[in-house]
Write a protein of this length. Structure first.
Length: 645
């Protein structure tokens, strides 16, 4: 968990003092690694479970603080978004029934959250990215009200120095310009920790870097963002964009982002990575310095390294080295941060078992990973896995493997050997690795399940309807504890009272628009109306700024009034209306409907910062009106129905 006790007001002297404390902590950590102080005679595992809170319409429910207060469970803590929260699992020695115990604890803590949320109208969904999130949810009101998150948002935005441009291309292409870090609300993960001793740490860290690709390929679960089909694990691209502190100049200089995979193998000690992070990345958060770590170490005490840990918590390597104190002994662990939350608790545990088994087996089988593959190839593997999941190509020993073949033929047997060597219960090995095997056998990941479900739904259904149906199916399957490979594809339920709930304009506006420019010939607008069977054509400039609108009724009026006999020589600007009534995407549907009635207009452009982002028409409102009428009729019939005798 990130330290919430941070300072939001400080001067340059306090910043210098804190920077010195970070360097002092790092010096103490290096001394502990070299002096044999770090615990080395035991391996432990742990995990952090992040989750989404949703309401009964499957939309984000910004109630994390209220749910945590109602649950009163010390394992729960906040995350950056008010509809995210995190649970810390109890660390356990790596052996016997540790995986089964972690699975049971996950079920237990999720049940605690669900119970507390039920009194507040909130429930739980495990997903890397919640399909129902919209831009309307990414606001300051949904930023967790704690100094840590305010400071991260403020400092990251200031360092970046301008608008943040996000471009991710998959089946669809998403381009966004944002002014803050709120897009990070979209991400949740299942972070697995492995404690290792100092002598083996550097080698294991290198192996964790290679293993990230095949483990992620089998675990991808985040293909949808703001209704766009992007990477199979879109979190990997999104997280880097969300917290990027690099200005345009720094990007041109190819400075490493704070969210990164790394640039090279570790040669001798993990201190190489930690030193680079300390001097490369600006400090984002500060707090009061309470300990001189070198002095504590000299006095025989175990230092907490709070300053360095706070700084390290704002550098988001996909495999991160962490420090902690357990039972009075200092320890180092590798945190695998790339795994998404979901699609089910058993599937998450299968991902963890696959990772942990390989972390034991591969160093014993192959020795030094640096002799098998270049770092650049391992890095390329990772991003291929994020983009394509089981369809990715993964390089190893000079050969390009299909990810599914590499996992099924080479890695699953080795993972089994590793878990057996660690003394894991045979039943847990069979069950968890069996789930990975079934996924690979049928080519089904959480991402492919979502994309296949999305594709087979009625294409005439609004995206809002499809993502709600998808999220509801995810929630149902998670509650049944079915593993992913047994999930039927999601469908749009008949007669649901929530699936086509159009509360805001954004939920049903048209975004695939045909528009014209003011300089275009008028005939283009007329033909566009005829060919596309539309009655309104927005007029925008090359930057997307809404300039005006042309309606079918306007053209008819021009001809029937005798004002023109031909469109020859006329441009769109000669005819368009410029006093356009518009709304923003967060306008309540009933307000927009009332506006159209009051102004007697047939369509409403939807704008954001003056830019055209969508359109709603009278035809679109027929769906809403029909739904409202059905609800009123059902309510009326319910009231008039005779009571049973």
């Amino acid at each position: 968990m990130g330290d919430k006790a941070v300072t939001s007001e400080y001067d340059q002297q306090q910043m210098r003092d804190f920077t010195l404390a970070v360097l002092n902590d790092l010096q103490a950590l290096e001394a502990m690694l070299e002096g044999g102080v770090i615990e080395s005679d035991v391996r432990r595992i742990g995990a952090e479970q992040e989750m989404f809170l949703v309401d009964d319409a499957m939309c984000p429910a910004p109630l994390a603080d209220e749910v945590i207060a109602a649950a009163n469970d010390p394992r729960l803590t906040t995350e950056i978004g008010r509809f995210n929260l995190e649970a810390n699992m109890t660390p356990a020695e790596f052996g016997t029934d540790c995986l089964g115990r972690m699975e049971r604890e996950l079920h237990e803590v999720i049940a605690v959250v669900k119970s507390a949320g039920s009194t507040l109208g909130a429930d739980v969904v495990l997903a890397g990215i919640l399909p129902t999130i919209t831009s309307r949810d990414l606001t300051a009101q949904n930023l967790s009200p704690h100094p840590r998150y305010f400071e991260i948002n403020r400092v990251v935005s200031e360092l970046q120095g301008g608008d943040r441009h996000i471009r991710i291309k998959g089946t669809d292409e998403l381009q966004l310009t944002v002014h803050n870090t709120f897009i990070e609300f979209c991400n949740t993960s299942f972070q697995v920790h492995l404690q290792a001793g100092a002598p083996e740490f550097a080698g294991l860290y290198n192996w964790s870097q290679f293993l990230a690709a095949p483990v992620l390929a089998a675990a991808v679960n985040s293909p949808l963002l703001l209704h766009h089909r992007l990477w199979h694990e879109t979190r990997i691209a999104l997280f880097q964009h969300a917290t990027d502190t690099r200005s345009e100049v720094h990007q041109q200089r190819r400075q490493t982002p704070r969210v990164n995979f790394g640039e090279r193998w570790v040669d001798e000690s993990i201190i190489e990575v930690l030193r680079e992070d300390a001097i490369r990345f600006r400090i984002l958060l500060t707090q009061a310095v309470e300990e001189d770590s070198m002095a504590a170490l000299s006095a025989g005490r175990v230092p907490q390294l709070r300053a360095w840990r706070l700084h390290n918590g704002t550098i988001w390597r996909w495999n991160r080295a962490c420090y902690g104190v357990t039972n009075g002994k200092p320890g180092m662990r590798i945190e695998a941060r790339y795994l998404p939350a979901g699609p089910s608790v058993p599937d998450q545990m299968a991902n963890a078992a696959f990772f942990l088994g390989l972390m034991v087996a591969l160093p014993a089988e192959y020795g030094d990973v640096r002799k098998l593959i270049s770092f650049d190839a391992a890095k390329n593997n990772f991003f291929n896995a994020a983009r394509y999941g089981l369809e990715a190509g993964i390089q190893l020993r000079g050969k390009l493997w299909p990810a599914d073949a590499l996992i099924g033929e080479e890695l699953l047997p080795l993972a089994r050997q590793g878990l057996q060597y660690a003394g894991i219960d045979s039943g847990d090995i069979d069950r968890f690795l069996g789930l990975i095997g079934e996924r690979v056998k049928i080519g089904r990941t959480g991402a492919s399940w979502m994309l296949d479900s999305f594709a087979q739904m009625d294409p005439r259904a609004k995206p809002n309807v499809r993502v709600r149906s998808l999220t509801a199916a995810m929630k149902t399957n998670q509650e049944s504890d079915l593993p992913l490979h047994e999930w039927p594809l999601a469908t749009i339920p008949d007669g649901s009272d929530w699936v086509d709930n159009y509360k805001y304009v954004e939920q049903f506006m048209i975004t695939d628009l045909f528009t014209v420019r003011p300089e275009d010939v008028l005939d283009l607008a007329a033909i566009l109306m005829d060919w596309r069977h539309v009655r309104h054509v927005p007029v925008e400039d090359d930057s997307g700024q809404l300039i005006g609108i042309i309606s079918h009724r306007d053209l008819l009026h021009l001809f029937t009034s005798g004002k023109i006999k031909s469109t020859d020589g006329l441009a769109v600007r000669d005819v368009m209306k410029t006093d356009v009534i518009s709304v923003d995407r967060c306008t309540p549907t009933l307000d927009a409907l009332q506006l159209m009635r009051d102004k007697n207009i047939g369509c409403l452009p939807v704008v954001s910062d003056g830019k055209l982002v969508g359109l709603v028409t009278a035809y679109d409102f027929l769906t809403v009106s029909s739904k409202l009428f059905e609800e009123q009729l059902k309510a009326c019939m319910s009231r008039s129905a005779p009571s049973p005798e």
